[in-house]
Design a binder for this molecule. Structure first.
Ligand SMILES: Nc1ncnc2c1ncn2[C@@H]1O[C@H](COP(=O)(O)OP(=O)(O)O)[C@@H](O)[C@H]1O
Ligand SMILES: [Mg+2]
Length: 385
């Protein structure tokens, strides 16, 4: 199946053959890693797929979904105690400490002193006798302690790690690093989608995380892998398709999310129709649908870029392959750098860049809104007739 909108794993997971080997070698050998890629490039899928395939002991936390360091700490404590045989420890402590104590005495699979300290810490937190940074660092340390007691190596993934700076200030990075650098029984996986912040955290020489984790960059899916996957899939469903489908796949440059969205539409179309055959027109319609579903999000990006003097101009020029003599080379260089840091463009060669998001590029290539009102998009470079 072609799934979109959720992380994919197992038989839905396509390609990443090289990445999976490399990634797994690191993880297996307890090497911390950082995976960097624009949003919807398949970071979460890669981690979920790997965790599922190898049945690692794992903790997965999406920082985008937490709104304070305190709730992040609680989530970590909950996850850590699962490895000590206790589910939902935070709720249980809230309901009744004495009940929890009784349960711990009979079921806990680690030294009871560790649990006693946890309860004490939770109580101090409730009474606001501990600040949230300390509470968070306690939770992090606890994972190591439980892993050690159970003689496990826990793979600990922080998804959208850059968002930690939305719930606390960047002093946390130093503190976090100084705690986790001593950990022997936890392997950290940081995933991030805001290039500039992830670079600051992991690639800046002055950052506490510099050299801490191996950096893996994800780009698009392999076009040939995608094609083979489609061939096998449609054959198994006995669906005949126009070869134009492959042109669209190549055109989407392996963008995982856009490709899956388009393929999914194509497939659903064939299910709706009495004749299951997929025509060239079906492919074009599916591509249009995928584009229009993304359009408003991309327009927001463009609005944001327009607020910076040169960013929009430079990006537009790049999309339309125009060299602008009015922008001096230093300004151009600086603008490229900032667009790259924001994740909108990728360096392909010295001084040469391309737009990372194919639909963003297409949107910038449209001649005004009139064309788009008619929902007639020009997919430059794709032979539609
Ligand atoms: N390896 C893959 N195989 C098939 N589809 C994928 C793959 N990676 C990503 N996708 C598609 O892209 C979408 C976004 O993937 P996700 O892992 O959530 O990206 P990220 O975490 O980088 O934002 C998924 O819902 C799926 O449709
Ligand atoms: Mg993700």
């Amino acid at each position: 199946m072609f799934k979109s909108g959720m992380p994919v794993y197992g038989k839905d997971f396509i390609d990443r053959k090289q990445h999976l080997i490399k990634f797994n070698t690191f993880i297996k050998n307890n090497q911390h890693i950082m995976i960097k890629a624009p949003r919807r490039y398949g970071k979460t899928s890669l981690v979920v797929h790997l965790f599922e395939t190898h049945k690692y002991n794992k903790i997965y936390i999406d920082i985008k979904r937490v709104n304070s360091l305190e709730s992040l700490a609680k989530q970590i404590i909950n996850e850590a105690y699962k490895y000590a045989g206790i589910n939902g420890i935070i709720q249980k402590a809230k309901d009744s400490i004495s009940h929890l104590f009784k349960q711990l005495k009979t079921t806990i699979k680690i030294d009871i002193e560790i649990a006693e300290l946890t309860i004490e810490t939770l109580e101090r937190n409730e009474k606001k006798q501990i600040d949230e940074v300390e509470f968070f660092l306690y939770a992090i340390e606890l994972v190591e302690e439980i892993a050690k007691q159970k003689n496990l190596n826990i793979k600990f993934a922080f998804d959208e790690f850059q968002d930690i700076l939305l719930i606390t200030d960047n002093k946390i990075l130093d503190k976090l690093r100084s705690v986790i650098q001593h950990h022997q029984n936890v392997t950290y996986i940081f995933l991030g989608s805001i290039e500039s912040i992830m670079n600051k955290i992991f690639a800046n020489k002055t950052s506490p995380f510099f050299h801490f984790a191996r950096v893996i960059e994800l780009d698009g899916l392999d076009i040939n892998e995608l094609k083979s996957f489609c061939k096998v899939f449609f054959k198994s469903k006995k669906i005949i398709y126009d070869e134009f489908l492959f042109e669209i796949i190549a055109y989407l440059e392996g963008h995982p999310y856009y490709t899956m969205k388009t393929l999914q539409s194509v497939y659903y179309k064939s299910l709706e129709q009495s004749s299951q055959d997929i025509t060239k027109q079906d492919c074009i319609t599916a591509l249009n649908e995928a584009f229009f579903e993304t359009k408003s999000y991309l327009e927001e990006i463009i609005e944001k870029i327009k607020q910076k003097k040169y960013q929009y101009k430079v990006l537009w020029n790049l999309a339309n392959e125009i060299k602008d003599a009015n922008i001096d080379s230093l300004t151009l260089y600086k603008t490229y750098k900032s667009l790259q840091n924001l994740g909108y463009i990728t360096k392909v060669d010295r001084g040469e860049y391309c737009i990372s998001d194919i639909f963003l590029k297409i949107l910038l290539q449209q001649n005004g809104d009139r064309q788009m009102f008619n929902e007639r998009i020009e997919f430059k470079g794709l032979m539609l007739v």
